[in-house]
Design a protein around this ligand. Structure first.
Ligand code: SAM
Ligand code: SF4
Length: 463
């Protein structure tokens, strides 16, 4: 009887009974950027359609997947550490399958299978559809490896299975790959050529999420500002896509990442200003404040160009939060170049920055033709100076919010207190305030009365 009922339910849900009854469970760990989080959601969808159920408990899994990042050497070191752990689990469970997917799989290919004793399935970012057939190959004792990069794959027809449990915020990948070839960066080699997804599939996904009562969507790409879809009469650039998405979904807030300074047009900035439901936050990685270093990095903009883009943001979006990525100790960086980075930080007054030491990546132009000649100690010292300055600027900026009120989307309960909500304002700042009768997913006006280095603390404004 239970079997019949279950069969009926699964049939009603359009799921294959035999596959589900096979009852295999997968566990997935994701490292790296938001694009990887979105990719893991696509992978979850591919696996679900092939009868796998997701588990949060690694010990219950028949398949462990690790979605990897290659951007810096330490990102790969972490994954090797996790693979050691999976090997331990496999010792007591020989039928367990392990899969390494994403950027590190793409970079190391066959070498990963040879080096790693769990004999993992190795799948690059454009081959996720092949995952079920590769798992079958592994089952029959063959190698499961596919690292072919595609010029077309966007997974536009796959509805991801969202990883976040609160059903409030979702990612939508609008494009894949990158054509920019920054000389230090591994991304173009491991994620392939830039390609944009059909705008109709993106808009359909936003409307589906709105129906499911999601509240916020982040449009993702390595360089979203260069989004460009051309098909017969239909031409859509990023600004047009953003405009349409925001107009058609007034119940949703929109964010996007990452912007490239060379492609951040006035048109995009004005589109942001036009729509109250486009969040007022721009992440604009600068990398260096020195035009000489920017040229060596092949960033395709100068210090002056970057400052012009910052001025345009401040003019049209005076309340916007501006954040950035800064890399220190790139090949041939002098003390003078470093001082230029510090002075640019003073000029922009970033609200937040992700700050890194340059890490040479095999195969990139910098690794091939430039000397990684800034000593490790100097890189560390410069990074610390950058972090110290940014900490001061962030704190100062946070203090300026005291007395102001913001619309805050409640994302859940504060980690520090069961009695407080935590959420984000349009500027992407984390706000904590006492619970009353609101619930997760509500947007509430909150007046800020104090700040910590990471958080704004306030109270709901009563009308
Ligand atoms: N596409 C984005 C852009 O153009 O800025 C970001 C891509 S990357 C995933 C994120 C950041 O990692 C970069 O902005 C850069 O600061 C940093 N990064 C990339 N390659 C690096 C390297 N070889 N060493 C250290 N940091 C690196
Ligand atoms: Fe890497 Fe540059 Fe592309 Fe960003 S824009 S992913 S830093 S190559």
């Amino acid at each position: 009887m239970i079997y019949e009922l279950l069969t009926l339910f699964l049939h009603w849900k359009n799921l294959d009974v035999k596959k589900i009854m096979a009852n295999k469970k997968f566990y997935i760990e994701t490292y790296g950027c938001q694009m990887n989080v979105a990719d893991s959601e696509v992978v979850a969808s591919v696996l679900k359609d092939n009868g796998y159920l997701k588990t949060q408990d690694i010990n219950q899994a028949d398949l462990i997947l690790v979605n990897t990042c290659s951007i810096r050497e330490n990102a790969e070191q972490r994954v090797w550490g996790r693979l050691d752990k999976f090997r331990q689990i496999k010792k007591g469970k020989p039928e367990l399958k392990v899969g390494v997917i994403g950027c590190m799989a793409e970079r190391l290919k066959e070498k990963l299978v040879e080096k790693e004793k769990t004999r993992p399935c190795v799948i690059g970012p454009d081959a996720y559809r092949a995952l079920p057939s590769l798992l079958e190959r592994v089952e029959s004792g063959q190698k499961g490896i596919n690292t072919i990069l595609s010029k077309e794959e966007t997974y536009g027809d796959i509805i991801p299975i969202r990883a976040a449990e609160n059903n409030i915020s979702a990612f939508i990948s609008i494009m894949r790959g990158c054509n920019n070839m920054c000389s230090y960066c591994i991304v173009p080699y491991v994620r392939g050529r830039e390609r944009s997804r059909d705008p109709q599939t993106i808009l359909n996904e936003t409307q589906l999420l709105a129906k499911e009562c999601f509240k916020e969507i982040t449009l993702l790409g390595q360089n979203v500002n260069s989004y460009n879809w051309e098909h017969k009469e239909n031409k859509t650039n990023f600004s047009k896509l953003l405009d349409e998405a925001a107009s058609k979904n007034p119940s949703l807030r929109f964010r996007f990442a990452t912007s490239h300074p060379k492609d951040l047009s006035d048109e995009i900035i004005k589109t942001m200003a036009k729509h109250p439901n486009i969040c007022k936050h721009i992440h604009l990685p600068v990398q260096s404040g020195s035009s000489k270093i920017l040229k060596k990095m092949n960033r395709k903009y100068s210090r002056e160009w970057y400052i012009d883009r910052i001025d345009a943001i401040k003019k049209h979006l005076p309340d916007a939060e501006i954040t950035t990525d800064i890399m220190t100790g790139f090949c041939s960086e002098t003390e003078e170049d470093h001082q230029e980075t510090l002075s640019l930080m003073e000029y922009v007054q970033y609200d937040y920055a992700y700050m890194f030491k340059y890490s040479e990546r095999p195969g990139t132009k910098a690794a091939r033709v430039m000397d990684d000649d800034v000593p490790e100690e100097t890189k560390k010292r410069r990074l610390n100076e950058i972090i110290d300055l940014q900490t001061k600027i962030s704190e100062k900026n946070k203090l300026k919010t005291i007395g102001k009120s913001f619309d805050v989307l409640i994302e859940g309960t504060s980690k520090k207190s069961e009695d407080e909500h935590f959420g984000r304002n349009s500027q992407n700042q984390v706000v904590v305030f006492p619970k009353d009768d609101e619930k997760t997913g509500d947007i509430v006006k909150v007046k800020i009365d104090k700040t910590t280095p990471a958080t704004l603390i306030g109270k709901k404004v009563q009308f």
